[in-house]
Write a protein that binds this ligand. Structure first.
Ligand code: SF4
Ligand code: SF4
Length: 91
């Protein structure tokens, strides 16, 4: 899920609705912001910044075709839809 900052009106309903506190409010721009899986890094062939810096490999980045359901039970797995068209215009 990505937030299109061009049409976010800053109502904050998503922030209230998210049970994980994953969405923050960017006061200066009056928009909601959240993790975008570091899509700009991924598009450059890099790992998400948090995965790159994790010292224990507790964070993994895998595509849906290679993601292991078994490993998914104990580790956080980022899935990324390979079609870049899905994300175009949202970062
Ligand atoms: S603040 Fe959240 S719910 Fe409101 S318009 Fe922006 S993304 Fe949508
Ligand atoms: S560093 Fe990790 S948590 Fe932060 S935006 Fe990138 S993928 Fe999301």
């Amino acid at each position: 899920m990505l937030i299109d900052s061009n049409i976010c009106n800053g109502c904050r309903k998503c922030i209230e609705a998210c049970p994980f506190g994953a969405i923050q409010f960017y006061e200066e721009k009056n928009i909601a912001v959240k993790c975008d899986l570091c899509i700009s890094r991924i598009n450059e062939g890099l790992l998400p910044a948090c995965v790159h810096h994790c010292p224990t490999n507790a964070l993994l980045f895998e595509t849906p075709s290679t993601a292991s359901l078994e490993r998914g039970k104990s580790k956080m797995i980022f899935s990324y839809r390979l079609s870049k068209n899905v994300f175009s215009g949202y970062y």
